[in-house]
Design a protein around this ligand. Structure first.
Ligand code: GTP
Ligand code: MG
Length: 435
C-alpha cells in the first residue's frame, strides 16, 4: 500500500466473468484497455481502465483482470471490498500470482524466484543480476554442467564393461578432463550465487570504537552523505544512527554508534549500551581506533566483550596522517588491525572497502539464508564436495559411478524441483502481496 497516482488491482481465476458482469455490466474483449466506470449497483465508485486477459495468455495462465483505479488509500480499498462480496473471491496470498504462474507452467522456479529478487532489488547491480537469472542464463549454465557429467557417467559405465586388463588409460584421462571441467563450472556458479546473495540481501555493518576515533567520519565517507555529526569533541554521537547505502552494488545498512567509554553522563552511557546491543545484530562490526593514541587497554576490553557475541570484526586504525612514519606491521601483528586509513587525507579508503566486502562475503556465507535461492547454493556446494571426493582409480570405478550419480542428483534438485512442497511455500512467501 503506497501512495501513488494509480492503483492496480489484479484478479485471477475462474470468477473473472462474474466480476466483470457485476461491476461493468458488459463483456470485455480480451487484451484491450477499456475505459469504464466501476459501479456498485448504479453508483459510480471510480472511472477506471480495465484489462481482461484470457487464459492461457496471462501472467498466471488463468483468466485475469487488472483494474487501474485512482491512487490514494481509499478508492482501491472500496473496489477490493466490493469484489470480495462476489462469492468465491478472496484476497491473494503473498506471491500467489507467481505461484499459480509456476503451477500452470508459465515460468520455472528459478524464474519465479528471480522475479522476487528483481522486485526486492535495492541497487542497480542487484536488479541486473536478477534480470540475468530471469533470462534463464543460470539454468542454461547448469544444464551444461549436467551434460558434461552425463558424458562422464557414460564413459565410466563403458569402462566398467571391460575387464581390468583391457582398460586403456585414455578413457580414464578423458574422465579426468570432464571432471575438472565440471568442477570449474560448478565453482563459477557457486561464486555467482554467493555474490548474488550479497546483492539481494541487505547486509548490516555497525561501526564501534572509543569516542573520537572517527566513526561518524567513516559513516559519512561510506554513504557519501552527511549522515552523522562529526566533531572534535569526544562523545558527539549519542544514539544509533542508521543509513542504507550502495557499496559497490551491494545494499548495506550502516549503523553509526556512540563512542564507548566509562562516563558519568547518563545519555552517553545509554548510547554505549545501545551501541553494544546493535553490534550483536549485524553481519560485520568495524572496530575503529585512533592510531595516534594507539590501541588502548579499553579498546582491547571492548573488543573482547564484542567478540563474545559477534566474531566478525574488522579492526581499523584511523588517522594515519597524524603520524610521520609508523610501523604498521607491528600494529597488525599485535592487535589484528586489518586496515590503516586516514579519512581526513582519504588514504587507503578503497582498500578498506575491499576488505569490508571480503568480510561481508564471509559473514553472509555463514549466516542462514532467507532467500530460497540459497537452497541452490547448498546443493551446488554438495555437488562440488562430491566431485572433490573423487579419487580417480581404475580399481574403484564403481565408487566413481556412485559419486557421479550423487552429483547429478544434487544438480537435478535445482533443475527440476517441481513437487517439493517446502520449496513452494519457502519461495513464494518471500514475495510481496499482489505479485
Ligand atoms: N587527523 C585526522 N582527524 C580525523 C580523521 N578522521 C576523523 N578525524 C577527526 O576526529 C574527530 C572525531 O571524529 P568523529 O567522526 O566525530 O569521531 P567519532 O568516533 O564519531 O566520535 P564520537 O561520536 O564522539 O564517538 C573530528 O574532529 C574529525 O575531524 C583522520 O583521518 N585524521
Ligand atoms: Mg560519532
Amino acid at each position: 500500500m503506497g501512495l501513488g497516482a494509480i492503483s492496480i488491482i489484479r484478479c485471477s481465476g475462474n470468477k473473472i466473468d462474474k466480476i466483470i458482469g457485476a461491476f461493468f455490466k458488459k463483456s470485455l474483449s480480451p487484451n484491450r484497455a477499456h475505459y469504464l466506470n466501476f459501479k456498485k449497483e448504479e453508483k459510480v465508485i471510480d472511472d477506471v481502465i480495465v484489462i481482461n486477459y484470457q487464459s492461457p495468455k496471462s501472467y498466471t495462465g488463468e483468466d485475469m483482470l487488472e483494474i487501474m483505479c485512482h491512487g490514494g488509500s481509499v478508492v482501491y480499498q472500496i473496489i477490493i471490498k466490493e469484489i470480495l462480496t462476489i462469492e468465491g473471491c478472496r484476497l491473494a496470498n503473498p506471491g500467489e500470482f507467481s505461484e499459480r504462474a509456476f503451477l500452470n507452467n508459465k515460468m520455472s522456479l528459478l524464474e519465479a524466484e528471480s522475479i522476487c529478487a528483481l522486485i526486492n532489488a535495492k541497487t542497480e547491480a542487484a536488479a541486473f543480476a536478477a534480470r540475468d537469472a530471469l533470462s534463464g542464463k543460470f539454468s542454461k549454465e547448469l544444464v551444461e554442467v549436467d551434460n558434461v557429467i552425463l558424458k562422464t557417467r557414460v564413459q565410466v559405465e563403458a569402462l566398467l564393461d571391460f575387464s581390468e586388463e583391457d582398460i586403456e588409460t585414455d578413457g580414464l584421462l578423458e574422465i579426468e578432463k570432464y571432471i575438472e571441467e565440471s568442477k570449474g563450472k560448478i565453482i563459477r556458479l557457486i561464486r555467482k550465487l554467493e555474490n548474488n546473495r550479497l546483492l539481494f540481501e541487505t547486509s548490516k555493518i555497525a561501526v564501534l570504537g572509543m569516542p573520537n576515533a572517527g566513526k561518524s567520519s567513516l559513516i559519512n565517507f561510506l554513504t557519501d552523505e552527511n549522515v552523522s555529526i562529526v566533531n572534535e569533541q569526544a562523545g558527539t554521537t549519542r544514539d544509533v544512527v542508521s543509513k542504507i547505502f550502495n557499496l559497490d552494488g551491494m545494499p548495506v545498512t550502516v549503523f553509526d554508534t556512540a563512542g564507548i567509554r566509562e562516563t558519568g553522563d547518563l545519555i552517553e552511557k545509554e548510547g554505549s549500551k545501545k551501541a553494544i546491543e546493535q553490534a550483536k545484530n549485524v553481519n560485520l562490526i568495524i572496530y575503529m581506533y585512533d592510531l595516534n593514541k594507539g590501541m588502548q587497554t579499553e579498546d582491547l576490553e571492548i573488543l573482547k566483550s564484542l567478540e563474545k557475541n559477534n566474531k566478525n570484526i574488522l579492526v581499523v586504525a584511523n588517522k594515519t596522517d597524524l603520524l610521520e612514519k609508523i610501523d604498521y606491521k607491528h600494529e597488525s601483528a599485535s592487535f589484528g588491525t586489518k586496515a590503516f586509513i586516514s579519512i581526513k587525507k582519504k588514504e587507503n579508503l578503497d582498500d578498506l572497502k575491499i576488505k569490508i566486502i571480503d568480510h561481508l562475503k564471509k559473514a553472509i556465507s555463514e549466516s542462514t539464508p532467507n532467500l530460497y535461492h540459497m537452497e541452490h547454493l547448498k546443493h551446488l556446494k554438495a555437488a562440488f564436495q562430491e566431485m572433490d571426493n573423487i579419487d580417480l582409480n581404475l580399481n574403484e570405478l564403481e565408487l566413481l559411478a556412485e559419486n557421479l550419480k550423487k552429483v547429478q542428483e544434487e544438480i537435478s534438485w535445482i533443475l527440476d524441483n517441481k513437487d517439493e512442497e517446502r520449496v513452494l511455500t519457502g519461495i513464494f512467501s518471500n514475495f510481496c502481496i499482489g505479485k
